[in-house]
Design a protein. Structure first.
Ligand SMILES: Nc1ncnc2c1ncn2[C@@H]1O[C@H](COP(=O)(O)OP(=O)(O)O)[C@@H](O)[C@H]1O
Ligand SMILES: [Mg+2]
Length: 454
């Protein structure tokens, strides 16, 4: 930017200079023409007719004409500088013999430019002829252009100085302003550089209310989210590690204590296999939860709710000896991921099975409710304690009634993830008796959540 400014100012100074120089040339020319005309008029007058010799006429002219500061006159007689005007001219050209010789022979009015110690000079040579005598004298008029142009040159010089000063001032101002603007940005950058994965708690200091402060605030908000996500992830990994360590410890303990007795061995084997399948289930669940955030988590298609519920019951019936019922069925079709919905319902069903005993009732149902559908799994078990109602949907959260053989507390978290991926949710419905879990789903998965199966 500074470069552009310099260029513009230089161009301005250069152009002004050119214009002024041309004006000075014109002015010198005009002055000369004016003087020449005056002399011509005098030469043609009756007063001039009285002279017999040209030097007399010229002397008369020199006496009666006072040149101003930028002018000088001298006469040439017989090829030599003869007399010159009164006063001291800016430079003496009558003593320049080469110049005088060059113009002495002029028989016609001649104009030209010549360099002198006082700059460029515009000159005119006016030959003087009396009657029919041969021409032997000339009047030389000199206009010192640089002296005529002096005010303009001074103005141009002032212009250059002012321009240079302006440049310096502008540069200083630029430097100050950009420094002030950039300082907070630099601070944001420096802080951002310092904040690493291990130091996500740091924040940028927000000063004022301008755009930079806004930027810092946005940045801090982003850091908040990052930190939350990071903390959540670390907790998740901690919990997962902790949960997986339990079956590993159990397996190791039993294997170490195992004796040679075949019965003991068979018992240990059964227990180890049981623990392993529990681990297997947990790893599967963890993998599901890890993928819920991914855009390809859902593969949607048209799902008939009645068929879905019937299918889930068919799968669930062999699990346990319960009274299985469908108490309401919406013959509606929604766009959803059928496999994920089955997975969610099976989690709810297996919870219901675990919290009931032989002869208890487990009921499934579906209902169309305005612009969304309800899917539920209810049981006639003991229900969920009031203090656990919210907690149980969190990852690794188990109720206090938890039996040793139970899961890791991931089931309802998976159900919730699946529901939310569809743009819906899951809740524990109020009511007397056992537990009733309800899935709320939109008729179609919102566009930003679903990836339609190819
Ligand atoms: N049908 C139910 N009846 C009573 N309590 C339930 C039922 N379903 C879930 N819960 C409670 O919610 C908790 C969390 O369930 P879940 O997330 O599936 O984990 P997990 O089944 O591994 O314990 C369970 O430990 C239990 O206390
Ligand atoms: Mg469960």
């Amino acid at each position: 930017m500074f470069g552009v400014l310099t260029l513009a100012l230089s161009a301005l100074v250069f152009l002004t200079w050119q214009v002024l120089a041309a004006r000075a040339d014109d002015a010198a020319d005009d002055e000369l023409t004016h003087e020449a005309n005056k002399f011509r008029a005098f030469a043609g007058s009756g007063e001039a007719a009285a002279f017999d010799r040209p030097e007399e006429l010229l002397d008369r002219w020199l006496q009666s004409n006072l040149p101003d500061d930028s002018e000088a006159l001298f006469t040439i007689v017989d090829g030599r500088a003869y007399h010159r005007s009164q006063g001291s001219p800016p430079a003496r050209l009558d003593t320049d013999s080469a110049f005088v010789q060059g113009i002495a022979g002029a028989k016609e009015p001649t104009y030209g430019w010549i360099e002198s110690t006082a700059g460029r000079v515009r000159y005119a040579v006016m030959p003087v002829q009396i009657g029919s005598q041969p021409v032997r004298a000339q009047l030389v008029m000199l206009e010192f252009r640089d002296i005529i142009a002096k005010p303009s040159i001074d103005a141009a010089r002032a212009l250059v100085i002012i321009g240079a000063l302006t440049l310096v001032l502008a540069a200083g101002a630029c430097w100050l302003v950009t420094g002030r603007i950039l300082a907070p940005i630099r601070q944001v950058r420096a802080t951002a550089e310092q904040i690493g994965e291990s130091d996500l708690r740091r924040r940028i200091e927000v000063v004022g209310n301008d755009d930079v402060a806004q930027l810092a605030r946005t940045f801090n908000t982003m850091l908040d989210r990052l930190e939350d996500a990071f903390v959540a992830q670390r907790e998740f990994v901690d919990n997962a590690g902790h949960e997986l360590r339990t079956p590993i410890t159990v397996i190791r303990g039993h294997l170490e204590l195992m004796g040679d007795d075949p019965r003991d061995r068979a018992e240990t084997k059964a227990l180890v296999l049981d623990e392993l399948s529990r681990m297997n289930r947990m790893v599967d669940d963890l993998l599901v939860l890890a993928t819920t955030e991914r855009p390809d988590f859902l593969e949607t298609g048209e799902i008939n709710l009645t068929e879905l519920v019937v299918e889930v019951i068919a799968k669930a019936r062999p699990l346990a000896d319960r009274v299985w019922r469908v108490d309401e069925s919406a013959d509606a079709t929604i766009v959803a991921d059928g496999q994920r919905l089955t997975q969610a319902l099976m989690q709810l069903v297996s919870n219901a099975v675990r919290h009931t005993t032989t002869g208890d009732r487990i009921t499934l149902g579906s209902r169309l409710n305005g612009d969304h559908v309800l899917l539920w799994v209810a049981d006639s078990g003991p229900g969920v304690r009031a203090s656990d109602r919210e907690r149980i949907f969190e990852r690794f959260a188990r109720g206090n009634d938890q039996r040793r053989t139970g899961g890791a507390g991931l089931g309802l978290a998976i159900v919730r993830s699946i529901a939310q991926a569809h743009g819906g949710d899951v809740r524990l419905a109020d009511g007397p008796g056992g537990a009733r879990f309800e899935l709320t789903l939109p008729l179609t998965v919102p566009a930003d959540r679903a990836v339609v199966a190819p």
